[in-house]
Design a protein around this ligand. Structure first.
Ligand code: SAH
Length: 330
């Protein structure tokens, strides 16, 4: 991959941004990992219904932007729109679809799956209208910086010659054990702040589903998946999917400081159970032959079971101050 000054070490977040941009532009990520909407159609349907209920709670603003960040193959949104069309035609008529996606390759897949929509490189160019934003496994792909406690100060991690290096950093302002790693995802915090400002000014809500701890925890969570297997994150940039745990506590605080109300994070299993994922899947399954019915129910359980995706994954909602508590977060 072309990179100016290869000999010069590159800050970890810049390396991760470059590696993931190349990865999502050239590879089929779904050959390396699977995600909730690809596992079970009820997932996108339930999130579509969540968006419809949230629109009611916001006072049915019309027109409204329904947006998704990092829509992948467009599966979540396709399932969501089908459920919205059947259960909430008023919302279907009021909404304009906007997608935040930087990969030209995945944009083409999304056009095929969804047809008409507007595409954006980031949230900043979304129209200045009431907004409902969905994002599944988006934040975990955003680039992180890593700081390591050394002596009385901190070093920052860089990548050079295919290995991690450390360089002295300015103080991170707190004491820590020798060797402790803290991670900061600046683009996620900037997005949270921007949404906070936006939701303070006009009706809106965002729902993030991703994996990470409930509260900010120190530790190195950078991981790479290549050909479906764990790999070295800093070798072969662009050949592996790089992710890090999402710091939901920090995101909620950044959004709240900018004027939004944060709800959660809740374990994904609790959130989806409260929204009736299993009941909905059960109803769908009744119309299927037994083997397919069983597979569908197994898929829904995979999203909910604590030892599968139910506990490590979390749901976080950000909304306009004064809005009712969003569905599932009561
Ligand atoms: N939400 C989908 C896909 C998750 S993969 C699912 O659940 O299946 C991550 C998605 O985010 C991909 O669509 C990827 O191209 C997109 N993405 C990654 N980094 C991004 C960035 N910085 N800006 C916009 N989109 C990004």
């Amino acid at each position: 991959m072309p990179h100016d000054g290869l000999d010069e070490p590159e800050r970890l977040d810049r390396f991760m941004a470059r590696a993931n941009a190349a990865y999502y532009a050239h590879r089929d990520p779904f050959a390396d990992f699977t995600t909730a909407p690809e596992i079970c159609q009820s997932f996108g349907e339930i999130l579509g219904l969540w968006a419809a209920v949230t629109w009611e709670q916001l006072g049915r603003p019309t027109p409204v932007v329904l947006a998704e960040a990092g829509p992948g193959r467009g599966t979540l949104m396709r399932d969501a729109l089908r459920a919205i069309g059947a259960a909430a035609p008023g919302f279907r008529d009021a909404l304009a679809l906007h997608l935040i996606e930087t990969s030209p390759r995945l944009r083409a897949v999304q056009v095929a799956a969804l047809g008409g929509a507007s595409w954006h490189d980031g949230a900043a160019s979304l129209p200045d209208l009431p907004l409902i934003l969905l994002a599944n496994e988006f934040l975990d792909a955003l680039p992180i910086r890593q700081f390591v406690r050394r002596g009385a100060g901190w070093n920052e991690r860089f990548v050079g010659g295919g290995a991690l290096l450390e360089r002295p950093a300015s103080s991170r302002g707190r004491a820590a054990a020798e060797g402790e790693v803290i991670e900061v995802c600046e683009p996620a915090l900037e997005l949270a702040e921007a949404l906070g400002r936006r939701f303070a000014a006009r009706p809106g809500a965002a729902l993030f589903l991703d994996y990470g701890p409930t509260e900010s925890t120190p530790g190195d969570s950078l991981q790479a998946t290549r050909d479906g297997r764990p790999a070295d994150p800093v070798s072969g940039p662009g050949s592996a999917d790089l992710t890090a745990h999402v710091d939901f506590g920090a995101i909620a605080r950044a959004a709240a400081a900018a004027g939004a109300t944060a709800h959660g994070p809740l374990p994904q299993g609790v959130f989806l159970t409260r929204l009736g994922l299993l009941q909905r899947t059960g109803r769908l399954a009744r119309a299927l032959p037994p083997a397919k019915a069983l597979a569908l129910i197994e898929a829904a359980r995979r999203l909910i079971e604590p030892d599968q995706m139910g506990r490590l994954f979390k749901a976080l909602a950000l909304c306009s101050p004064g809005c009712q508590v969003p569905a599932g977060f009561e």
